[in-house]
Design a protein around this ligand. Sequence first.
Ligand code: BGP
Length: 497
Amino acid sequence: LSWDNLNLQQLDAKSFPEGFLWGGALAANQCEGAYLEDGKGLSVADMALFKPAVDVKDFKKQTAITNEHIRWAMGVEGAGEFPKRRGIDFYHHYREDIQLFAEMGFKVLRFSVAWSRIFPQGDEKEPNEVGLKFYDDVIHELKKYGIEPLITLSHYEIPMGLVEKYNGWAKPETINCFVRFCEVLFRRYQKDVKYWITFNEIDSIFRHPFTTAGIVPDRFAPEQLNEVIFQALHYQLTAGAMVTKLCHEIIPGSRMGCMLTKLTIYPYSCKPEDVLLAQKLNRRNSFYTDVQVFGEYPAFIMQEWEREQITVERTAAEMALIKEHTADFVSFSYYMSMVASTESGLEQTAGNTARGIRNPYLKSSDWGWQIDPVGLRYSLIELYDRYRLPLFIVENGLGAHDVLTEEKTVEDDYRIAYFTQHLSEMKKAVLEDGVELMGYTSWGPIDIISMSTSQISKRYGFIYVDCDDVGNGSYQRYRKKSFDWYKDVIASNGAKL
Ligand code: BGP
């Protein structure tokens, strides 16, 4: 068959390869709630919703965490307050929720373990047994339905204790704390869990230094911050290599993935300077994955350090670990594409919000994220050609204003359309473009707290959760229209798209 007359009907009738892992993705800090229950310590994510008593100009943004937050975390009276609940109370609803996932036919569930549930301050010698018990129960529930766990080891949940002691990943002591945390999980779940991911969106360390690495910006001089972040990144990459090694030793046959935010950037025009700018920005976004797959820093990053007089302390031993223990697969989140222009007056890169350059060919979500299904296919090809490793889409979805009807459902045809378009392009990448794809976990199979807005009203799920942005509501779960649609897609292994 020549490509241009490949009968798309044939393609549509085809399904994905046998064993394709269909499912959904969660993050502990965005779904569990119970943020101080059963011995759990405070994590950086908990601070995102904290309201300091003093007026912090933009306390909403995690990167604007102030010493006020730290004072509160240390129990200083009158420093501020927390709202009632953060999350959808998955901590108490997990049996019901996993049953709903099983009803949709999930083969895999991606979730993270909250580090501060297991080591409340981050540096204890012994783990918190009650915290582990919760994850025992979650994994037991998943196995009951034949759903594979895919565990993210770090999904924006570093314990505040390590922030106060070491400024999070800015100090090497945090490496050993993290390795100890991961070793507990590998040993405890060696019979149950074979798919793991190290750091969620490790590239977002520059966008959210506090939430991803526990770095409180206002503790450093602005001109120092870049170097602090690159150093913290190096410690994370070192720790990632160490736990990849450990996981393979403790769990033969296990597979450890790295994870990136795939923010595919297009040139605004065919002007060569625009094309070059987009190439440079895409390259800068994906160098983290280069280190985790090729085991070394690309030359252009070392040249950036030289230009900016940045010194990153790196021992030969650390570099040897990074070289030898690279990722088994490349996982990524995909929500939107962006645009770059050298045109004066236009921003250099489109933000993924309304403030950036708009791509005139694309529609936007209610939150200004440009919806680009073809961009998913483009990204899959690009990543596969660059890394030649199995890929895994571990986040993709549409945050929208959903309305619960009298009949207690949501007519989310817009979400069905979003997923139909994205999954159809994904299918072409697999069946036409030769991409090896392990699976697909939609972001927020159930409504979940949005990281960027701290709202639940930015709803992602196939399942509606009856609660509002300040934690009020029955927390009842209701199936949306998309629930049965996704169930059919999975039952047909993607043939029904
Ligand atoms: C990714 C995070 C997820 C989730 C997702 C959706 O960056 O890895 O945890 O937050 O974005 O974005 P948001 O929650 O801001 O709507």
